[in-house]
Design a binder for this molecule. Structure first.
Ligand SMILES: O=c1ccn([C@H]2C[C@H](O)[C@@H](COP(=O)(O)OP(=O)(O)OP(=O)(O)O)O2)c(=O)[nH]1
Length: 144
């Protein structure tokens, strides 16, 4: 599939790193680097504007390396970019580590996964079908 994109950033378009990558890395588009203190969050602009086909969304997801090594993650993961959104794609990053982290211009801060989604209508009923799980949830089958 192809997706219309405007690139107002100073970086190349996001691309898939390998043949089977699900996500394309998103780069911070900054005029100067940003320091994120522990527990601080910020919206990092990407300079990218999308026109997704209806029935598709773009998910803004964390990068595992940044999360595991630096404690930097996407606060609202996965962020949802709607097909009718015409603004700049932003990445809400939070620093969950105990040390300050500097976001440099061009740094790969998150990844974008393009996904199909359904749009459902509600069928308002008085009763739902019975199942063996019933209302059990939130660890009802044990935690191990
Ligand atoms: O990580 C994100 C999440 C959202 N958006 C943009 C695209 C999305 O279509 C729009 C609205 O996002 P969302 O529906 O999650 O936000 P909201 O808090 O419900 O705001 P709104 O009232 O604008 O829908 O913001 C991003 O650029 N990055």
């Amino acid at each position: 599939m192809t997706i219309k994109i405007i690139n107002k950033s100073v970086h190349p378009l996001p691309n898939y790193e390998t043949l089977a990558s699900a996500g394309m890395d998103l780069r911070a588009n900054l005029t100067e680097s940003v320091v994120l203190q522990p527990m601080e969050r910020t919206i990092v602009k990407t300079g990218l504007f999308l026109e997704l086909p209806i029935g598709y969304e773009a998910q803004v997801r964390p990068r595992s390396g940044l999360a595991a090594k630096k404690g930097i993650t996407v606060l609202n993961a996965p962020g949802t970019v709607d097909a009718d959104y015409r603004g700049e794609v932003g990445v809400i990053l939070i620093n969950l580590s105990t040390e300050a982290f500097t976001i440099e211009n061009g740094e790969r801060i998150a990844q974008l996964v393009i996904a199909k989604h359904e749009r459902a209508e509600w069928d308002l009923v008085e009763q739902l079908s019975e199942t063996s799980r019933g209302e059990g949830g939130f660890g009802s089958t044990g935690l191990k």
